[in-house]
Design a protein around this ligand. Structure first.
Ligand code: HAM
Length: 412
């Protein structure tokens, strides 16, 4: 029968790969919980409207990339393209908000975007996401950036670039939008790509995010957001910068950084790497103070967060990630199968990790396997051991010393 193959843009993660993901998740869990964050698991499937309303009708994600389908009763559902919208929905639906209360969440899991697959760009990919609600202060922005930086350095990635911008607020953004529209209408419209011709009218900010080299060149002299910030946004951004300067975080200001999702206000950021090909962004995030309200929650609940792309981080991780193995129990004489199995159980109960051979094989083959799994010690069950109630212990490190002991006495 014909084999069934996986669909385009998804991956099977076998232990060599999934170990990297487990390492990143464990590190994120440790780092984020040290800042008072707790894990929130939200559904992968949500109503389509959630993403249209939060991410924005005019974004590439909503226009071209969502996995949307009717369920059996004809309701439109979407496989989440990102985690923020679902977390905000859960926050609002469960009435978490109370004045003065700060709530901090993280989540891990698969996201789905119908993009053209290439290195670092998948249709099913994984994010480590974190969000904080109820903190409007610039200290929250600074802490979020420092937490992200701390996570990245704890997984061994120090050579990444932080880029920062402020996207303004409902007060100053419309004025900037007008300035940008004026600039864009001074250009020869036909020279912009088709998407940008549409964006010019619907959401001019998106033009700055266009990947086309031509559009980039044409808009090189476009007015920038930071030059149009209102007094409060300016002060907020300046304070964030002063705080992260003081904390020693290295970054560059990128006045063209606009992000691919529409819910952002004020601080927005991306972390990039020059070492993973065309898809350089390993993490992105920012403040989204209006989203809780636009998803039916109370007014003025400030929020900020970020997400890291695990596939892209995994490409940068160095070293071994499979867990070390303490032992291998080598079954050389078939009669000792039961003793070997029970001995392995006792080793594990004493806190060690390892494997037991199920089939009797030659000593050579078993030692080769013990080496392959990086076992520190090999416990051998051959004919002599079976008959004498002993076990032979071979150190798998340099000297390779070997000793035979009475089995019952090993755990005393
Ligand atoms: P985003 O910039 O769309 O932001 O995605 C965050 C990260 O996910 C990207 O920097 C990238 O590393 C990874 N990523 C995105 N698309 C793909 C893909 N097709 N294949 C592989 N990796 C990908 C968000 O999703 C926001 N929800 C972040 C956020 C949280 N903002 C506030 N809170």
């Amino acid at each position: 029968m014909a084999k069934i193959q996986k669909i385009k843009g998804v991956a099977d993660l076998f232990p060599e790969d999934s170990a990297r993901y487990a390492f990143m998740e464990k590190t994120a869990r440790d780092v984020f919980s040290s800042y008072g964050y707790g894990e929130l698991r939200v559904p992968i499937l949500e109503k389509t409207e959630l993403f249209c309303r939060s991410i924005g009708e005019e974004t590439d994600v909503v226009q071209k990339e969502m996995y949307t389908f009717p369920d059996r009763k004809g309701r439109s559902l979407t496989m989440r393209p990102e985690a923020t919208a679902g977390i905000v929905r859960a926050y609002v639906e469960n009435k978490i908000f109370q004045p003065g209360k700060v709530s901090k969440y993280f989540t891990f899991g698969p996201m789905f975007r119908y993009e053209r697959p290439q290195a670092g760009r998948m249709r099913q990919f994984h994010q480590i996401d974190s969000e904080v609600f109820g903190a409007a202060e610039p200290q929250a922005d600074a802490e979020v950036l420092l937490m992200l930086s701390s996570f990245l350095s704890k997984i061994g990635l120090e050579k990444l670039s932080f880029e920062l911008n402020s996207l303004g607020c409902p007060e100053c953004r419309p004025k900037y939008n007008q300035a940008l529209k004026d600039f864009l209408s001074s250009l020869d419209r036909e020279q912009l790509c088709e998407d940008c011709q549409r964006r010019m009218d619907t959401n001019p900010l998106r033009v700055l995010d266009c990947k086309s080299r031509n559009c980039k060149a044409l808009t090189e002299k476009a007015p920038t957001l930071p030059d149009h910030l209102c007094g409060e946004c300016r002060e907020h951004f300046d304070t964030v910068i002063a705080l992260i300067d003081e904390a020693g975080l290295k970054y560059t200001l990128n006045p063209r950084l606009v992000r691919g999702l529409d819910y952002y206000q004020r601080t927005a950021f991306e972390v990039t790497s020059g070492d993973i090909g065309a898809q350089t962004a390993v993490a992105g995030g920012g403040r989204y103070d209006g989203l809780v309200e636009s998803l039916g929650g109370p007014k003025k609940v400030p929020a900020i967060g970020f997400a890291c792309g695990m596939e892209r981080l995994a490409m940068l991780l160095q070293g071994e990630f499979e867990p070390a193995t303490d032992f291998y129990v080598a079954l050389v004489d078939e009669r000792a199968a039961r003793e070997a199995l029970i001995f392995g159980e006792k080793l594990r109960r004493s806190g060690l990790k390892g494997e037991v051979g199920f089939t009797a094989k030659s000593m050579k083959a078993q030692l080769r396997y013990a080496n392959k799994i990086n076992a520190q010690k090999c416990f051998i069950f051959g004919a002599d051991e079976y008959e004498n109630g002993t076990v032979t212990i071979k150190e798998m490190t340099d000297g390779g010393e070997q000793a035979t002991v009475v089995r019952d006495e090993y755990f005393k």
